[in-house]
Write a protein of this length. Structure first.
Length: 235
């Protein structure tokens, strides 16, 4: 490698490091006032206020919802900024991890009338158990939320050509070809009104991609032959 190329890599590395520090510091600063506001709103909502008119009650509800949304966003930003420091030396049985995620999300799936199914070989890998759980959880949760009533979410993992292939397929409305890469951008929303109604903050897939990256993998979006979308992660 040339000296200039090494300098360019060093500058890029420093720029990413500076960006992560800024994001972490900003998120930390936001966390305390948001927590204080949430505490006050919880106290207010825990008691009766018979003198409130409909407009005041609507305003309080809106403030509560938006404060919760901001708190989720700050937590996710902190998670993203701290990914590089998380130990990644756990021996993880991915098939067992997937079963755990599906069990945890079964109540949401029942609420949305979505059928969850696993097609998993016995596969193990070295990484962060916490982060990989979050990766699978986010993908499956999205597949449930953005599915059609009575739809299916199928999660699979297998070894192929010395690589681990993990897939999450839904039977929803699908993602247009020109937007398949953009769904991983922070705060990008395919359907803004629906995302907000479902409580999303626009960082779930961005976090998924970061988790994949720190584990040396790749992620892509494909059409599901049965209709809908398939997210494929390769380690």
């Amino acid at each position: 490698m040339s000296v200039s190329y090494n300098r360019m890599l060093a500058r890029l590395s420093e720029a990413f490091k500076t960006q992560r520090h800024f994001t972490a510091n900003a998120a930390h600063e936001f966390r305390t006032p948001l927590a204080v506001m949430q505490l006050q709103l919880d106290l207010y909502n825990s008691t009766e206020h018979p003198t409130n008119d409909a407009c005041a009650q609507q305003t309080i509800c809106m403030m509560t919802e938006q404060n919760e949304r901001l708190s989720k966003m700050v937590k996710t930003l902190l998670d993203m900024s701290e990914l590089q420091t998380v130990a990644r030396d756990d021996e993880i049985a991915l098939d067992a991890l997937i079963e755990e995620v599906l069990a945890d999300l079964e109540p949401l799936a029942q609420e949305k009338t979505i059928h969850l199914t696993a097609q998993c070989d016995t596969v193990t890998m070295t990484g962060s158990d916490i982060l990989l759980y979050r990766l699978v959880y986010n993908l499956v949760e999205n597949a449930i939320k953005y599915n059609t009533p009575g739809g299916t979410v199928t999660v699979g993992v297998a070894m192929q050509d010395k690589h681990i292939r993990l897939t999450v397929a839904d039977t929803g409305t699908g993602i247009p070809e020109e937007l398949k890469e953009r769904v991983f951008e922070p705060f990008f929303r395919l359907d803004k009104s629906r995302s907000r109604a479902l409580g999303g903050v626009g960082l779930g897939l961005a976090l998924v991609r970061e988790i994949v990256n720190v584990h040396g993998g790749s992620i892509s979006v494909k059409d599901n032959p049965d209709g809908g979308t398939t997210f494929e992660v390769v380690f």
